[in-house]
Design a protein around this ligand. Sequence first.
Ligand SMILES: Nc1nc2c(ncn2[C@@H]2O[C@H](COP(=O)(O)OP(=O)(O)OP(=O)(O)O)[C@@H](O)[C@H]2O)c(=O)[nH]1
Length: 677
Amino acid sequence: MDSIQHIRNISIIAHIDAGKTSTTEGFLYYSGLSHRYGSIDDGTTVMDFLPEERERGITIAASAATIPWKDALIHLIDTPGHIDFTAEVERSLRVIDGAVVIFSAVEGVEAQSEKVWRQADAYGVPKIAFINKMDRVGASFERTVEQINSVFNRCALPLQLPLGVENSFTGMLDVLTREQIRFRGERNAEIIREPLSPDQDELCQRAYNAVVERLADVSEVIAELFLAEEDIPLAVLRQEIRLQTWARKIVPVFVGSAKRNLGIQPLIDAVVDYLPSPLDVPTYQAFDLKSGDPVEVKTAAAAPFAGLIFKVNASVTADLFYMRIYAGILKVNATLVNTRTGEKVRPRQLFKIFAKNTEQISEAGPGDIVGMTGLKDCSIGDTLCENRRLVTFEKISFPEPVISMVVEPKFSKDKDKLDDVLDMLCREDQTLRRASAEDTGQRLLSGMGELHLEVSLKRVSTDFNVDIRCGEPRVAYRETLKAAVVEKVVFEKVLGDTPIYAEITIAFKPLPRGETMFDIKSALRDGNIPRAYIHSAERALNDGLRTGGLHGYPLIYVAATITEIKFSQESTTEGAVAGAALQAIDQALAKVGTTVLEPIMHLEILTPDDTVGEISMFLQPRRAVIRDIYSIDQMKKIICEVPLAEMFGFGKALPRLSGGRASFSMEPSGYQEMQVK
Ligand SMILES: Nc1nc2c(ncn2[C@@H]2O[C@H](COP(=O)(O)OP(=O)(O)OP(=O)(O)O)[C@@H](O)[C@H]2O)c(=O)[nH]1
């Protein structure tokens, strides 16, 4: 086991194409993990190992790699950059202690970089920033730092300055040690640190003063030394930068070009220097399983075991589960409890994961990220812990899918295989759902956006060799009740010769359109009613409401409260109670009617000033409601809400409207009523 203070659990997060995969490859190469430095453009990267990722250059699966670096061990959880894969980003953010945010020095702060930054903030994740692509025409370090400052509350603390720009970008100046950093040898593996020239010295002095002044704003230690005009020892400065980074008051900024192998090694040093180890995050918040009270989980080997599953690689033979260990020691075959199901589980094998290679281990400890096999009925977001202390980490909540597509096998012999594959995809990605089309009974796959479905379905043929036919993407509509209603059902039937009977009263009402989709509960006061009947009614309500309303779409935003169950010892069965509950739904629907809801997307577009008119003209006839337009440097940020049904193909239209200069992020933001013709 590795000593905890040397562990760093991090993710690299960025807008699509900012250079996340190239930077990750750099981490793997310089740590000696990849024999060959994979390159995105020739499709040989180590990290993006699924075939369609290579093809697209988009990172889909959040892979986990363990990277040895000097004394440290960095667990790198890769995250996708495309906004359609938000849920993958979020579940990675849950298990990391720090993040490297990459910006392109040409494009600067883009719509999705802003989004992932704010997501990281929501999870309290400290960050360092890397300004990449300094070798490209149009790159500007100063402009990008200025943008970071203006969008993110003046938090940027540049600890490097670029040496040259565009084609003549060759290295960087270290603001704290006052040295030039240059690179030499095969793949620039050798680092040369040299004294500064007088010009550089002046530049660095200014940057150094800026660092001290900025730090003095947030650190008392530095403020005192600064006011006393005393020299600040380097170790003190570093320590305060570290502490203020962990406190998320500042974000140290580094510079380079991943493609030209410039600046990666100092960036890895910075991960170790400035991002926290699991020990520096003193406790993690969880909840006592019984009382629901908050409890603190300490990073300690002696504590009872607690870990969180954050990723699954599904396969026909054995699913591989990725877990972040928060406390305690995990041994192969240990008996753990899955706090969601209450079931006992035993990991049969434990692995360390080096991108696509795995190494079997026999135990792991706090702060570690491990792969496990042999777990029954576990899924993403499950907490595993020891029976002697049952806690649960906050659930990872996945949004409802908003778009669906018919998927059928080309050849009927592949039917079962396709079912297996679709099940596997859904186990890996909880924002994918399977269903049958109400009208035709065809297989339906639902997800978070066009690209999300497209990429997932491509795996069916490339990874699993099942030829499929896909329909056009359709909006996943929903229905909700028009009004509140109380329904009483007397369920009486004769099955064969046996009469069955149950009576139930249920109060239905529409819920406000917020976070809660369903609120199904029992308000029965009579303690004599068997629990099995109550469970049966609740299950029937859960399933029945999701199955479909008057127009065939699943219901949402519905509360159903069971207020009465009458039964007889002789003729009431669980099935009769379920039948009564389902009939109550049908009666309620028929009596008050339903409203069809369509998904609305929250769309943010970052675009140059002169293209705003063009983009607005495109959006207006598409029922978009523009909420805000404001300036960031020479760019405008457009914020609007727009029905998903109007947005098919937007990813392809935007480059045309903006001359390829705009970026956008789009995510489901709820539902609105729509007119049904
Ligand atoms: N000129 C230049 N190009 C770069 C640099 N870093 C990355 N690129 C190129 O930019 C493109 C995107 O790089 P990736 O590393 O795939 O970016 P990413 O952020 O991982 O993208 P996704 O995986 O698609 O989210 C590729 O064509 C890279 O070769 C750089 O420092 N300079």
